[in-house]
Ligand binder design. Structure first.
Ligand SMILES: CCCCC/C=C\C/C=C\C/C=C\C=C\C(=O)SCCNC(=O)CCNC(=O)[C@H](O)C(C)(C)COP(=O)(O)OP(=O)(O)OC[C@H]1O[C@@H](n2cnc3c(N)ncnc32)[C@H](O)[C@@H]1OP(=O)(O)O
Ligand code: NDP
Length: 378
């Protein structure tokens, strides 16, 4: 019998064995690294298997704790590249105080991640905010925390944007609480990575319903009400850089986000006459629990993702906040139909045919140049 076991395979099998031991609650030492299973019960096995998967793709640093697939664990934090020190994020709120005094802002998905950061910024600059999503407790907690910080009211309203009747009810509630908004941010989304051949019709529908139909229901219903009251407003949609390129493994999201961009560009053209502006932000990767737990649950891809961002780091929620505040403010009244990419250069970095030549060393360049110069004729 031919046992073709390379060192690499043996190591993998050893790790799988370790992961099984971990799943029974143990602590295992391999290669001077201590892995403590961060999950309990049934999640133990999945977490440990994820560690094995990740380790085989991108080795963990010695001493780094494995923490995959469990909500009680902090998200992993892959190191930025050296050039990131040139580009530190500036999290301070950029616009002058009072920029949104007497304004009302409506933010979908405002309880978590980027939506929460944008709500915090709007509130800090004087806006009264209404945040809407499915989980009322999450919204309530965020609303209390922000109000305590800024002194301005944040109203939580439960709403599943997939349901047009629920959207109408939510807007009725907002009208009673605050009146119609001056600023609307369509930020709610759903997503998960999956090979397209594994997608069920309901998997497809769920994402398209949240992202495209949800944005359309909110935007059309609010637009009609604003038009009836002859009130102007700024609409902003949060899409993604792959809305433009498309992307495998997130096909429903890519399709729905592209639809959102078409919706917003179309309405910018049609509804300017009613005092309504429509703009789009395409963020690159920003570590939020919502996104990373569904798009890189093992943490295997974070390092390579950072590697292709010219600025050498992920974005921060506050960087999106500052751009969103500007685009929604009275400083940006001439901006409509705009699509602004904020991604540390990731999109162009992935697009350029020759960009992998960044990996070529100085000595290799000398060699390459010499070879090219030696070539005569064609
Ligand atoms: C190269 C690697 C790159 C790594 C990238 C890392 C970082 C990120 C970088 C860039 C990010 C760019 C864009 C990000 C866009 C985003 O939108 S991020 C925001 C993500 N946030 C959320 O998704 C929050 C809300 N999400 C949810 O509530 C749920 O995840 C869900 C969207 C599934 C909706 O929940 P619910 O309504 O409860 O649906 P169900 O659980 O009932 O599921 C509905 C159907 O979908 C199927 N399904 C669910 N998960 C999967 C899966 N993982 N794979 C395949 N199918 C799935 C489920 O089975 C249901 O279908 P059936 O009824 O079974 O047929
Ligand atoms: N983080 C990133 O790297 C990137 C994010 N984006 C975009 O940024 C936006 C925010 O994402 P992020 O903050 O990272 O992730 P989150 O998961 O934190 O945000 C998504 C929000 O949408 C809400 N939501 C989901 N489904 C529904 C629904 N059916 N009805 C109402 N609300 C819903 C969720 O609240 P609840 O569960 O209470 O309903 C949640 O607050 C999204 O549009 C996303 O596509 C784009 C590119 C990169």
């Amino acid at each position: 019998m031919n046992f073709d076991l390379s060192h690499e395979k043996l190591f993998t099998y050893l790790l799988i064995l370790c992961s099984i031991i971990i799943s029974f609650g143990g602590v295992v030492r391999t290669h001077k690294t201590t892995y403590r299973a961060c999950a309990v019960g049934r999640l133990n096995m999945a977490a440990a298997a994820a560690v094995v998967f990740r380790r085989n793709l991108f080795p963990l640093k010695l001493g780094q704790k494995a923490c995959a697939l469990h909500s009680s664990c902090a998200l992993r934090d892959a190191d930025p590249l050296p050039q990131a020190s040139f580009f530190p994020p500036n999290d301070a709120t950029m616009l002058p105080p009072g920029s949104f005094s007497d304004k009302v802002a409506f933010v979908t998905g405002g309880g978590t991640g980027l939506g929460r950061a944008m709500t915090q910024g709007l509130s800090q600059l004087g806006a009264t905010c209404v945040i809407a999503s499915r989980k009322l407790e999450v919204l309530q907690k965020t609303a209390e925390e922000i109000t305590a910080q800024t002194g301005n009211k944040v109203f939580p309203v439960a709403c599943d944007v997939r349901d047009p009747a629920a959207v109408a009810q939510c807007l009725d509630q907002m009208e009673k609480l605050t009146g119609l908004p001056d600023v609307v941010i369509n930020n709610a989304a759903g997503n998960f990575v999956s090979p397209s051949e594994k997608l069920s019709p309901n998997g497809w529908k769920t994402i398209v319903d949240i992202v495209l139909n949800g944005t359309a229901f909110v935007t059309l219903e609010l637009g009609k009400r604003l038009i009836r009251q002859d009130k102007g407003a700024s609409f902003l949609a949060i899409t993604t850089i792959y809305a433009e390129s498309g992307s495998g493994f997130v096909v429903p999201s890519a399709s729905a986000k592209a639809g959102v961009e078409a919706l917003y560009k179309s309405l910018a053209a049609e509804w300017g006459r009613y005092g309504l502006r429509f703009n789009i932000i395409q963020p690159g990767p920003i570590r939020t629990k919502g996104a990373f737990s569904r798009l890189d649950p093992t943490g295997a891809f974070e390092k390579s993702m950072i590697g292709r961002i010219p600025v050498g780091r992920l974005g921060t929620p506050n960087e999106i906040k500052n751009l969103a505040l500007y685009m929604s403010s009275h400083y940006a009244t001439w901006m409509s139909g705009a699509v602004v990419r904020l991604d540390g250069g990731e999109y162009v970095s992935m697009a350029g045919e020759f960009n992998d030549l960044r990996k070529v060393s100085k000595q290799q360049w000398d060699l390459i140049e010499a070879m090219i110069r030696q070539t005569k004729g064609s």
